[in-house]
Design a protein around this ligand. Structure first.
Ligand code: ADP
Ligand code: MG
Length: 261
C-alpha cells in the first residue's frame, strides 16, 4: 500500500481463555510506513494480540485483515506460515536463538523456517537437507539482512557471546529474512542498556525510512515516546486510549492505568 494506507486492520478481535477475556474486541489499524506502539500494564493482552495477528492462536471472534496485492484480506483463519508469506514477521518477548551456533547460522535457519514463526530448536537439522544451491541462497539472504541491521561484522561470532542488544537485533534480522512489510516486535528494548536502546531505535527508524511498517509492544515509556508515530493503550484486554504519543501520555485513563492501578 502507499504510505499512510492501512496495512493491518484489527476489527473487534476477541480472545478468551475459558472465562478470561485476554483480548476484548480490540479495534485498531496500523498504517504503511509508521511505527505504532502497543502498550499497557503486564497481563493487558499485548502478547496475545500478537499471537492473534500472527495466527499462533485463533480468534474467539472478530476479524483481522492485512493488505496484500492492493486489498485488505482476512488473515484470522489462516495458518501462521501463510500469514508470514503474506508479509507479517515477528520477534518474541524472550530471545530465541541457538547460543552455540554462529550469528549467520542462526539467521539462516530462521530464514529457512520462514512460516514456522521462529520455532528453531526442533528444526535445526532441517538446514542439512538443503542442496548446495539452496543453502547458498539462504546464507546469502541471511548475510544481506545482517548487513542491513548492522551486524555484518559479526557473522561468525557465536550467537551466545553477543550482548543482549545485539541478540535482539539478530532476531530482527531473522524476521527480515521473511521479506515482511509489517514487523511485530514484542518488547525489543526490555533489559537493554541505554546505548543499546539508542542503537535499536536508530535501526527501527532506518527500517521505517525504507517503508517498513512496525507494530511494537514495549514497556519502556521513554523509548516508546521517542520512537512511535502513534500509540494504542490496552488494559485488561481493552483499548483504553489511542493517538499521538504526547496525547496518549496525558490521557486520564492512561495515567490511571499506569499510576493509579
Ligand atoms: P501482556 O503481553 O500484555 O503482558 P498477555 O497477552 O501475555 O499479556 O496475557 C494476557 C492475559 O491472558 C493474562 O491474564 C494471561 O495470564 C492470559 N493468558 C495469556 N496466554 C494464555 C494462555 N495460553 N492460556 C490462558 N491464559 C493466557
Ligand atoms: Mg507480553
Amino acid at each position: 500500500p502507499e504510505p499512510g494506507g492501512v496495512v493491518l486492520q484489527v476489527d473487534r478481535a476477541r480472545k478468551q481463555f475459558g472465562g478470561l477475556v485476554a483480548v476484548n474486541d480490540m479495534q485498531f489499524e496500523v498504517r504503511s510506513g509508521e511505527i505504532m506502539g502497543l502498550i499497557g500494564p503486564n497481563g493487558a493482552g499485548k502478547s496475545t494480540m500478537f499471537n492473534l495477528v500472527t495466527g499462533v492462536l485463533p480468534v474467539t471472534s472478530g476479524e483481522i485483515r492485512f493488505a496484500s496485492d492492493g486489498a485488505l484480506r482476512r488473515i484470522d483463519r489462516m495458518p501462521s506460515r501463510s500469514i508470514v508469506r503474506l508479509g507479517i514477521a515477528r520477534t518474541f518477548q524472550h530471545v530465541r536463538l541457538m547460543p552455540g551456533m554462529t550469528v549467520l547460522e542462526n539467521v539462516a535457519i530462521g530464514a529457512h523456517l520462514r512460516g514456522s514463526h521462529g520455532d528453531v530448536a526442533g528444526l535445526a537439522t532441517g538446514i542439512l537437507r538443503l542442496n548446495r544451491a539452496e543453502e547458498d541462497a539462504l546464507l546469502f539472504e541471511a548475510k544481506t539482512q545482517l548487513e542491513r541491521v548492522g551486524l555484518g561484522h559479526m557473522l561468525y561470532e557465536e550467537a551466545g557471546s553477543l550482548a543482549l542488544g545485539q541478540q535482539r537485533i539478530l532476531e530482527i534480522a531473522r524476521a527480515l529474512c521473511c521479506d515482511p512489510t509489517l514487523l511485530l516486535l514484542d518488547e525489543p528494548a526490555a533489559g537493554l542498556r541505554y546505548k543499546e536502546k539508542v542503537a535499536l531505535a536508530e535501526l527501527l527508524r532506518k527500517l521505517r525510512a525504507e517503508g517498513m511498517s512496525i507494530l511494537l509492544v514495549e514497556h519502556d515509556m521513554d523509548f516508546v515516546m521517542n520512537l512511535t508515530d502513534r500509540l494504542v493503550v490496552m488494559e485488561f484486554g481493552t483499548k483504553i486510549a489511542e493517538g499521538l504519543p504526547e496525547e496518549v501520555r496525558q490521557s486520564p485513563a492512561v495515567l490511571e492505568a499506569y499510576l493509579g492501578g
